[in-house]
Design a protein around this ligand. Structure first.
Ligand code: ADP
Ligand code: ZN
Length: 747
């Protein structure tokens, strides 16, 4: 059987994802491999498929017990003989596993790095045929990574001790250059095939909400209410925050549990399982939670506090939407979060590192924190901010994040800026940010009296301003260099280059967000939205069945079938074995175990609802591939009754229009409408045009479009690059909808 056959038979997938095939093929041709792929991209498949095809055994080194257990469960479900050996087993169990391994009963064995040193394991490895050693979470080998594990350094000696050098493959989601070089060098990879797939996770929507104090609690509560029935994680910086929020939410009847290092092991394990097995909806946790959690149907990750680095954030946020369905990542930011993180970093321990290294690590930590703060404060595309940090060069703003959807206005603060300079000059550059702000606002603080700030000319001159505006202004002045902040533990503000400020007609403005409706209905639709009401009823029934089976088998529901697989079942409505095997995520083994029961459930549903239309359309990687083969979908159109559902608004971006069109369309056999199709119509109708500008083609409205009210919104990208987006008024929305109703007649 070839690789594609293995993928289909065992895992039930029709095609490899971006990057997977390259890795699989290079391993099969005997080469080493290093894959850097974001969480959820599908790293496991990259070594599991070749492991099944190579003649001998594959040893997977993995840092976390829970991760191993989950992987092995999933493999066993898929009909693959796999085992794990780690400290959660008794000596007797370990001995048994080793015996079976020696008999060649397992194709894949997961081990903790410490195990590689044990005499028993070494003996087994020398006698058995080891085809490949796979190092999962390979960044743990690097001191520059976030989770350095000294035990990872032992992997090389283990590989060297084998008579025949196996293929070595390494996997990580951490992209920075230092870490990558460390992995290649320390693991002594030989001419590895290095594959770095894009870091973008298209199905994740990012946003940052600037709110402080108790209002965060309200936000979280309301958000959870709006997302009833969806699984979510709320991360907090401290245990105390976890406990407080937990108390508050459970008092308000939210289905919630908690997780942090201060809870005893047993309870912690139980809480984690409650979340994984869908017994509770929400988990509130510190960053201790999540490593090794593969739960695929997490629909949102909220950060109650800002994390310490982009790496942390991306990893934690990335736990949302692993099944490829749309999910949201929302960070609640307040200035206090920066202080908390500085405090936490100050407490960090550096065991066994020499003094130079410690200094270097501290500098990196500080830098990481600044980058993270930058994310919370930028007004440009959030996705691009992340991607640029990880070394990618995104072309255009994503139009699918909080900032891309936010409108801004400018506020003049020229004279305020001059007062900031005066104040710092009066203090002779001896004090930090909080003292400067307190002075300008005329705060009644003992400390200000003590240093005599209340006698300054600048004391209280800006009392009518809000503290938030002043902070925005100072951030901006720091970025421009008119003031500078010294490093070190007691950082103070000093006057920088103020030539520009002295110019006659200079202007200092800050960009402020316009108040507008929150994210609620602006985000991309979920895949379940492609199901009609009846389709959703079936989905719920299949979920119930999955829960029943999960209980019987003592497995997390998502290991039986993912949400994505159930949705695909609702869309395809399989009636026999062949059709069921065509569903994405249904492999031979799972079919044998559960296929019949799901077929029966679907048949029962159909006989109760003979005329049900189950899905509007499904658009996904596997689906579009199989549709392309059959070539059977019609161009997008709307039925009259669908058209009446369109939620007209004063203004929409073109992406909003697309989203609404796809959402309301109930026809079963049509393609999703794309931006290009809508745009082409607008051009054909003489409302918009693409013009050659100084920097390539730009999209603008025509005279006629302008008359109908199409307007231009100015935006600035992360790199300071100005661009424009068009917004379409209700009149134009009606024309577009009308056009797609007409298209129906042509089909
Ligand atoms: P990672 O380890 O990179 O975070 P996983 O290996 O856990 O990601 O894979 C994430 C999800 O994607 C899993 O549910 C997995 O079954 C699914 N997946 C992996 N490869 C494919 C594929 N080729 N087609 C469809 N789904 C896939
Ligand atoms: Zn964006």
């Amino acid at each position: 059987m070839n690789a594609a056959g293995v993928l289909k038979t065992y895992f039930g997938y029709d095609s490899f994802r971006n990057g997977q095939e390259e890795i699989v093929q290079s391993i099969l041709s005997g080469e080493d491999a290093l894959a850097i792929m974001p969480t959820g991209a599908g790293k496991s498949i990259c070594y599991q498929v070749p492991a099944l095809m190579l003649p001998g055994i594959t040893i997977v080194v993995s840092p976390l017990i829970s991760l191993m257990q989950d992987q092995v469960k999933a493999l066993n479900e898929a009909g693959v003989h796999a085992a794990f050996i780690n400290s959660s087993l008794t000596e007797t169990q370990i001995a048994k596993a080793m015996r079976l391994a020696a008999e060649g009963r397992y194709k894949i064995i997961y081990v903790a790095p410490e195990r590689l040193e044990s005499a028993g394991f070494m003996q087994f490895a020398r006698n058995g045929k080891i085809s490949m050693v796979t190092v999962d979470e390979a960044h743990c080998i690097s001191q520059w990574g976030q989770d350095f594990r000294p035990s990872y350094l032992k992997i090389v000696a283990f590989i060297d001790s084998l008579a025949d050098r196996p293929i070595v493959s390494a996997f990580t989601a951490t992209a920075t250059r230092e870490v990558r070089t460390d992995i290649e060098c320390i693991l002594k990879l030989q001419n590895p095939q290095v594959v770095v797939t894009g870091f973008d996770r298209e199905n994740l929507y990012y946003s940052v909400e600037h709110i402080g104090g108790k209002r965060k609690d309200d936000f979280v509560f309301e958000y959870i209410q709006r997302h009833a029935g969806e699984s979510g994680i709320v991360y907090c910086a401290t245990r105390k925050n976890v406990d407080n929020l937990y108390e508050k939410l459970s008092r308000n009847g939210v289905s919630v549990t908690r997780y942090h290092a201060g809870i005893d092991n047993e309870t912690r394990k139980k809480n984690q399982d409650d979340f994984i097995y869908d017994r509770v909806q929400i988990v509130i946790a510190t960053n201790a939670f999540g490593m090794g959690i593969d739960k695929s149907n997490v629909r949102f990750v909220l950060h109650y506090n800002m994390p310490q680095s982009m790496e942390n954030y991306y990893q934690e946020a990335g736990r949302a939407g692993r099944d490829g369905e749309n999910a949201q990542c929302i960070l609640l930011f307040s200035a206090q979060d920066v202080m908390i993180n500085k405090f936490l970093l100050g407490k960090k321990e550096f065991e066994g590192m020499d003094i130079d290294d410690i200094e270097l690590v501290k500098q990196r930590d500080t830098h990481r924190l600044q980058v993270m703060e930058g994310y919370c404060k930028t007004t440009a595309c959030l996705r691009n901010y992340i991607l640029e940090y990880f070394g990618e060069r995104p072309a255009a703003p994503c139009d699918n994040c909080g900032n891309c959807h936010q409108e801004y206005y400018e506020q003049d603060m020229t004279s305020d800026a001059k007062w900031v300079i005066n104040c710092i000059a009066e203090m002779k550059g001896r004090y930090g940010l909080n003292i400067v702000i307190g002075t300008l606002l005329g705060a009644k603080r003992a400390r200000l009296k003590e240093i005599g700030a209340d006698t300054y000319r600048s004391y209280g001159v800006l009392e009518q301003r809000s503290e938030a505006d002043l902070r925005l202004l100072i951030d901006q002045m720091l970025a421009e260099g008119s003031i500078v902040q010294t490093g070190g533990e007691y950082s103070v503000l000093q006057v920088g280059d103020i030539r520009r400020l002295k110019e006659e007609d200079t202007h200092v403005t800050i960009r402020k967000a316009k108040e507008q409706e929150k994210t609620a209905n602006r985000t991309k639709k979920k895949k379940t939205d492609a199901l009609t009401g009846a389709g959703f009823d079936l989905f719920e029934r299949l979920r119930q069945l999955r829960l029943v089976i999960a209980k019987e088998e003592a497995m997390p529901p998502y290991i039986i079938f993912s949400d994505k697989t159930l949705i695909d079942m609702c869309a395809r409505v399989p009636k026999n074995q062949k059709e069921m095997l065509a569903v994405s995520g249904v492999g031979e083994n799972k079919y044998q175990k559960y296929g019949e029961r799901f077929l029966q459930e679907i048949a029962a549903f159909l006989s109760e609802n003979p005329n049900a239309v189950l899905s509007a359309q499904i658009d996904g990687e596997e689906e579009s591939a199989s549709v392309a083969k059959k070539g059977r979908k019609d161009a997008f159109y709307l039925k009259q009754e669908d058209a009446e559902q369109f939620p007209y608004a004063e203004y929409y971006y073109i992406s909003d229009i697309r989203e609404q069109l796809n959402r309301i369309c109930s026809a079963s056999n049509v393609k999703q409408v794309t931006l290009t199709v809508i745009w082409d119509y607008l051009v054909a109708a003489g409302l918009t045009i693409e013009e050659q500008g100084a920097e390539g083609y730009v999209k603008v409205q025509t005279e006629r479009g302008l008359k109908l009210g199409i307007k231009t919104i100015d935006k600035v990208s992360q790199g300071g690059f100005a661009y424009q987006l068009l917004m379409y008024p209700e009149a134009v929305q009606r024309m577009i909808v009308g056009y797609f109703v007409e298209q129906r007649a042509k089909i």
